[in-house]
Write a protein that binds this ligand. Structure first.
Ligand code: SF4
Length: 272
């Protein structure tokens, strides 16, 4: 949301949230329930009470202290400014219709961010680049055409490419298969997770201090509150900025160059 996520000079501007070119759509559209991530209940399609008249978050610089870490972690991958500036031409304030489009564009922009990584792979780079071009053409369409996009079909096509990417990166020697595993709060410091398949794994609050995750697949893994201080994540596969922002790292944690290092890590204590 208007809190921001990890920044990287290697992340294309089109896949990076630019709240100055949006209308705080993510602070209006999604609903949330009071929890560890959000301090209040907010119905969907209702402006957050912390939103000021200029469409900026009034507590932007203290979201975590005020009980809104979920806002810090949220990332539209550039879909917000695409909706406002491209789909609606930058001048119309048609928020309900914009929210309809955002629900389509946000998942497509997330897929594009992951496909950017796949496009750098020698194994699937050409197919991934071709799919990037096709999806970029889709997201540039008008609101009516966007409403007709089968997002699930795009995800499935990209998912098949991600499988190929991971298999090729493991070069026939995959690590542990932990896809969808419940590892909430687990102490994984002595586990060999190199080349592990952690797609969709629940790693909430897991202890990953100092763990080498070289070539580990982290697509969709839930890293909220995971302790990654000193972990080697620079070679991890299919890891996104909001996943990393949800975890707690330090200066010794290595991260993929295309994802970037969350700014809030600098204020966290280093690994004991
Ligand atoms: S707390 Fe701030 S960032 Fe979160 S939804 Fe409200 S206005 Fe947006």
């Amino acid at each position: 949301m208007t809190g921001g996520s990890a920044a990287s000079p290697e992340r294309p501007p089109a896949r990076s949230a630019d709240c100055s070119r949006c209308l705080a759509l993510c602070c209006v559209g999604p609903g949330f329930t009071a929890s560890a991530d959000f301090a209040i209940d907010k119905p969907a399609r209702t402006p957050c009470p912390h939103l000021d008249p200029d469409s900026w978050c009034g507590i932007h610089d203290r979201l975590r202290e005020r009980g809104f870490p979920g806002c810090v972690v949220f990332d539209c991958f550039g879909a917000g400014q695409q909706v406002v500036q491209v789909t609606f031409g930058g001048s119309e304030r048609r928020v309900p219709a914009m929210l309809d489009v955002l629900e389509v564009l946000r998942p497509l922009h997330e897929v594009l961010a992951l496909l950017d990584e796949a496009a750098r792979s020698p194994a699937v780079g050409a197919e991934a680049a071709a799919l990037v071009a096709r999806v970029e053409a889709l997201v540039a369409a008008d609101a009516d055409a966007l409403a007709a996009i089968d997002v699930g079909a795009v995800r499935r096509e990209a998912g098949a490419l991600f499988d190929e990417l991971v298999v090729a990166a493991h070069a026939g020697v995959p690590g542990e298969d932990l896809r969808g595993a419940d590892l909430v709060g687990a102490d994984l410091r002595r586990r060999d997770l190199r080349a592990a398949r952690l797609r969709g794994a629940l790693l909430v609050g897991a202890d990953l201090r100092g763990v080498d995750l070289d070539r580990a697949e982290l697509l969709g893994a839930d890293l909220r509150g995971a302790d990654v201080r000193g972990a080697r994540l620079h070679g991890a596969l299919l890891l996104t900025a909001p996943q990393l922002t949800a975890a707690a790292g330090d200066a010794a944690t290595t991260v993929p160059a295309h994802v970037g290092r969350p700014a809030h890590w600098a204020a966290l204590p280093s690994r004991p």
